[in-house]
Ligand binder design. Sequence first.
Ligand code: IMP
Length: 430
Amino acid sequence: MPLDIIVGAQWGDEGKGRMVDLFASGAAVVARWGGGDNAGHTVTVGDTVFKLHLIPSGIIHPHTIGVMGNGMVINPETLLAEMAKLEELGVPVPPERLRISLNAHLITPAHRALDAAQEQQRAGGKIGTTLRGIGPAYVDKAARRGLRVGDMLDEEDLADKVKAHVENTNLQLTALYNAEPLDPDEVAAQFAEYARQLKPYIADTSVYLHQVLADGKRVLGEGAQGTLLDLDHGTYPYVTSSHPIAPAALVGLGLGFNAVGEVVGVTKVFQTRVGEGGFPTEQDGAVAERLRGTGENPWDEFGTTTGRPRRVGWLDLVLLRYAVRVNGLTRLALTKLDILSGLKPLKICVAYEGGGRTHRELPLGLRGLEDFKPVYQELPGWDEDVRAVRTWADLPQAARDYIHLIEEQSRVAVGWVSVGPERDQLVARG
Ligand code: IMP
């Protein structure tokens, strides 16, 4: 049995959590390969809304085991808080249910302080990071001075490494950013306690995943963030510091090419973005208010991690085709179709205009994205409330036309369409 991969095809927040929840019902293991608690995955089951940042969302299914792969950056404080919250909601996470790669990197309060200080003073303006210390932790990883989860296995060694890390970061905080230093002994004491609690979860997850696949069981790779936030292939520099795209699942989990099965790209039927950077189809006014929602519902367009209102706009098929290419998507899952009911007419961006020409593909990757003008195709839209629809045939013809246009332009079949936040508010196409 293969590794199926679910990735965000946009700028994150596509509704991957609920699609992972759906696919996890048939998987033995759900594994995250990158990012950290900058992610926010929301899954609604009955009256319970689960908001997960680090632990794979598949954990909500009692039969699945979660894996946090080597490509992740993990803040133990957030992780333990998330475990406690899950337990409160009736999903305890004992070591039998979660394995953390010994090669994943650790995020400390010093990384968070550095993230905040750097955002304050970034030349050329803010990136709008989630302030979770993600960038600084990946910098330490690349600079080969990072703290790894495996360092928590040796108490004395851990204390020395944490203190050296805080002292090094203090130099940057004080000398470069005029920010307050942290107390190395205090952070070391915190990490000694985290290590005590997390030791039973630490494992060689690459070996474990190989074994699970060799036993013929299904593994689901759970993407975090989205394609357009990828460090190499996203809208640099307005990106995260990891690789949310599907090929990175192999590196971030310690698996080889022969493992891969389906690669499902999740996209909303409109576009959203948190933080700064180009967004050609961005809308304001009445259309934006309709797409965003008021913030009363947990699925309205306000950041799960930051609470910030998301920027919203029409679906951009130039960017979706780009996501199909860099991920090797085999199928699409569409989310939030219900939000478009009553919004008429609907627009979809099928090309860009720039430099006196029309472009179906961007001429220089995502460079200069903000300078292109979208070319829209208009569709009539529909009035019907689709939240109770469960079959393809029951969707309004205008909604099916909208989806057909997405398939025709992206050349990838749509397998699933969500029509509401609940688990069962889904049209599976068979
Ligand atoms: P960082 O990952 O906190 O460094 O933030 C870098 C950029 O990625 C910012 O624009 C964030 O808003 C964005 N970002 C990071 N994680 C997510 C996510 O899970 N969803 C949406 N945007 C994200």
